[in-house]
Design a protein around this ligand. Structure first.
Ligand code: UDP
Ligand code: MG
Length: 332
């Protein structure tokens, strides 16, 4: 348990979106696991615009354990990674650990991450011993893992797993980023000096259902690929070069044929097929360019990345400790 006002050593960051069914269970396992560590700690929940009863449940937990609990409430749904980033801005610990609210990452594994961080690493990723997700999710994410390994220089064995620990130096750098579409583990990996990975347990979602549809998973992977690599764009220009060379060759062949053998009326449909193929390629290219342009557009707009409606922290009735907050504001 933490003495009041003591600087926490470990900060736990948990994004929450419509998790009313599982939160009680999470508290029942997380707090005892943290108390057992015997370190000053803080748990920061970020409510990502839940439309269910999650806010009330989080506020209730905050009333029960205000010494170690802080709750950030968004005014809408900004996505898991934005929620984690908002949590990062609030952290004070030297070790910051992210966790899912659905108990797929057992809180009892946190001590392993802390122990590994103590060995001098500043990024501890984790690999699920036995993944408890649907078969297609497991397969799709393995395939995406492989592709990402190839086109970015980010080495994360198991990208779909959020149970990770980050050092203060990494968090401070992540906090300086103004990224809009991002993938937190990859961003943090880029800033880490000494990353490592450990194997952890993984459980089935305890309650509620996955917040990720096929569509948002595809979006997330686009964010990961285009946010951390230019290979998709470069690959495309390379492909365009090869294709235009080949089609130039085709024109020459047809021209020669016309001169010596005569024109071929029967080949019209072959030409159609080829033309359609190129049209497809061009459309794909436009889409890919659009990915990057869209990103530039979002960055240029420079909107606030999220709006925090309230922060529940400190002991109710007591003067809030604003020292850290003020310092951060001056630094900006
Ligand atoms: N989450 C969030 N905002 C969202 C979607 C998810 O904060 O828009 C949180 C969710 O409450 C959970 C974590 O992100 O704590 C992971 O979500 P989920 O378990 O649904 O993802 P999956 O395990 O299916 O990948
Ligand atoms: Mg989950």
């Amino acid at each position: 348990m933490t003495a009041l006002g003591m600087k926490p050593e470990v900060s736990i960051v948990i994004p929450v979106y419509n998790e009313e069914a599982g939160l009680a269970n999470l508290f029942a396992r997380l707090y005892p696991a943290m108390d057992k560590l015997g370190l000053p700690y803080e748990v920061i929940f970020i409510n990502d615009g839940s439309r269910d009863n999650s806010v009330a449940i989080l506020a209730e937990q905050y009333r029960k354990r205000p010494d170690v609990t802080r709750v950030v409430l968004f005014n809408g749904n900004y996505g898991q990674h934005m929620a984690i980033l908002a949590g990062f801005e609030q952290t004070r610990g030297d070790i910051v650990i992210t966790l899912d609210a659905d108990l797929q990452n057992p809180p009892e594994e946190i001590h392993k991450l802390v122990a590994k961080m103590r060995e001098g690493y500043d990024y501890v990723g984790s690999i699920r011993r036995k993944r408890q997700d649907s078969a297609w999710r497991t397969y799709a994410s393995k395939a995406m893992n492989r592709l990402r390994e190839r086109i970015t220089n980010i080495h994360i064995t198991d990208q779909g797993n959020m149970l990770r620990a980050y050092g203060r130096n990494v968090i401070d750098l992540v906090n300086q980023c103004g990224e809009v579409n991002t993938f937190v583990p990859a961003l943090a990996y880029k800033f880490s000096r000494k990353p490592t990975e450990i194997v952890v347990e993984h459980e089935e979602r305890a309650a509620g259902e996955s917040k990720y549809s096929l569509y948002s998973l595809i979006r997330l992977n686009f964010d990961l690929m285009t946010g951390f690599s230019l290979v998709p764009l470069q690959l495309f220009s390379l492909m365009g070069m090869v294709l235009s060379l080949l089609s130039a060759l085709l024109v020459v062949v047809l021209l020669v044929r016309r001169l010596f053998i005569g024109s071929e009326a029967d080949g019209v449909f072959t030409l159609f097929a080829i033309a359609f193929f190129f049209m497809g390629v061009i459309l794909f290219g436009i889409g890919l360019v659009g990915e990057y342009v869209g990103r530039i557009y979002q960055q240029v707009r420079a909107r606030p990345r999220y709006v925090v409606a309230t922060i529940l922290q400190g002991i109710p009735g007591e003067k809030p400790d604003l020292e850290g907050v003020e310092k951060r504001q001056v630094a900006r």
